[in-house]
Structure formats: C-alpha cells, structure tokens
Design a protein around this ligand. Structure first.
Ligand SMILES: [Mn+2]
Length: 270
C-alpha cells in the first residue's frame, strides 16, 4: 500500500494546530461553526460523544476542510475503549468501532489517526502479562486495518493515574522492542508532565514522535488547562523540541484560554 500522505518530514518547522476537544460538549453543528472560524490550518477532530463521525458528518467536514484548506487529524474514540480488554467479544466490538473510525478518517483524507493504548482491568492480576500481549495484538490489528485504508496511525502516551499499559518512557521502550513493526508516537506533553518525563520522552523518542499534543496541568491531574496556566516549563519544552528537530504539528488540546494559548504557542515554537 502507499500511504496517502507521509506525516513525518512533511513540514520544515513545527506548525501550531488546534484540537476541537474544547468544544466536545457542544452539538456537532457548533463544531462545524468553529471550524469555519479557526485561524489555524491544522485541526484535530475527536471521533467521540456529540462529535462521533458518520457518513453525513464526514461529508460536511470535508466541505469545510476543502473551503478552508484545513489539514485534518482524527483522535480515535476513547471513552469505554480498551484495546487490551480480556473478553474476546468486547475486544472484537472495540476493534470494530476503531475500524469504523479509521475508515472515516480515510474518507476525511486525514493525515493521522491517533489512539490510546489499552488498560489493565480488575482481573489483570490473575493473568500476568496477558494485557500487555493483548495490547500488542490489537496494535498490530489496527496497523493492518490502517494500511488497508491508507491511513497513517500513531499511539499516544497516556496519563497517570489511570491503569494504562503504556505511560512511561520505559513502557514505550519495551513496546517498541516487542512490536516488530513500525508505528509513530503521539507525545502528549501534559501526560508526560504527570510522570515528570517530558524531557526523557523527547530525547528518547525523537525518531518516533510524529505528532505532539500540548495543554497544561498542575502535575497531579490531566486538566487540559491553557498554556501557561499549569506547572509545565514551556521554555524548556520548546528548547527540547527544537533540539530534537521535530518539524510536525503541535496540536493544542487545552479546553480553556484557547485563543491565548495558540498565541503563546506561536511565540514559543515558531
Ligand atoms: Mn488522547
């Protein structure tokens, strides 16, 4: 298969984008309205809740994207989604849901579809290593689907204190050692702040990072604050990102102070 567009090395310096997560609480027509108004080229649509994709919505989104020349990424569904769930019936249902999301992402000509790793469950303790294995199997299944649909996919580092299987630099090192396949990493700077590994992630995975999520928090919980409203040292993040030669999208995932945060990011990263 030939990838529709190659996400890596498509830009020569970081570009600031906006995740539409901030308006996920509003009905779908609001999302379209915001997209018509945004002053960024790179946007991320969250295939969740009131913004769950379907054919009709994809058509409407395509229209806005074409008229505004938007470059779209899609965030996979994540509520109630666990790609490492032990029950085969549930896992099949979840992969079916994610497959649908990848399909719509393909119809949106999106450059990247990104998803969360699996989580441990109440029975993980009885079956050591099982959810790790199921997570690997599901990632391989998603890679297979994505290649068929011509959509590039990437996996995101996720926050403490949820029982996710891939949170730390160490987790991801083992994951990449064992996957025997290639998948990009979405570095969520806010999530990495919760385990104090922002710098470690950027240094260790500079070759793997294809997309960056940014928002701020107090170092204790993933609150999606505006940039500068939490404890993240953005100057040192910007320095590390620059040194890593990262030249893709930096996607704002704050749910408040959105306009101000975009301005702050432009000053910091571009
Ligand atoms: Mn995410």
């Amino acid at each position: 298969m030939s990838k529709t567009k190659t996400y890596t090395s498509s830009l020569n310096k970081p570009q600031i984008g906006l995740s539409m997560l901030f308006c996920l609480g509003e009905a779908f027509p609001s999302l379209l309205k915001y997209l018509q108004k945004v002053d960024v080229r790179y946007v991320e649509i969250v295939d969740e809740g009131l913004h769950t994709l379907n054919s009709r919505r994809v058509k409407a989104l395509r229209k806005v994207a074409q008229s505004k020349d938007l470059d779209v990424a899609v965030h996979a569904p994540f509520s109630g989604i666990n790609i490492a769930v032990p029950s085969p019936v549930l896992r099949r249902a979840i992969l079916k849901r994610l497959k649908k999301s990848i399909f719509y992402a393909g119809q949106l000509d999106c450059r990247l579809w990104l998803f969360h790793p699996g989580l441990q469950t109440g029975i993980s303790h009885f079956y050591p290593g099982r959810d790790w294995q199921l997570n690997l199997d599901s990632v391989r299944a998603l890679l297979k689907i994505s290649r068929k649909e011509g959509v590039e996919i990437a996996i995101e580092n996720v926050p403490e204190s949820y029982p996710f299987i891939l949170k730390s630099v160490q987790d991801f090192s083992r994951f990449y050692d064992e996957l025997n396949d290639d998948i990009g990493l979405v570095l969520d700077v806010a999530h990495a702040n919760l385990n104090r590994q922002i710098q470690d992630f950027i240094r260790r995975f500079s070759e793997k990072i294809v997309h960056i999520h940014v928002s701020d928090n107090d170092g204790a919980s993933d609150s999606h604050l505006g940039i500068g409203y939490g404890t993240i040292n953005w100057e040192s993040v910007a320095k590390a990102v620059k040194e890593s030669k990262y030249s893709n999208v930096i996607m704002l995932e704050s749910i408040e102070h959105v306009e101000e945060s975009l301005q702050t990011l432009r000053k910091l990263f571009t």
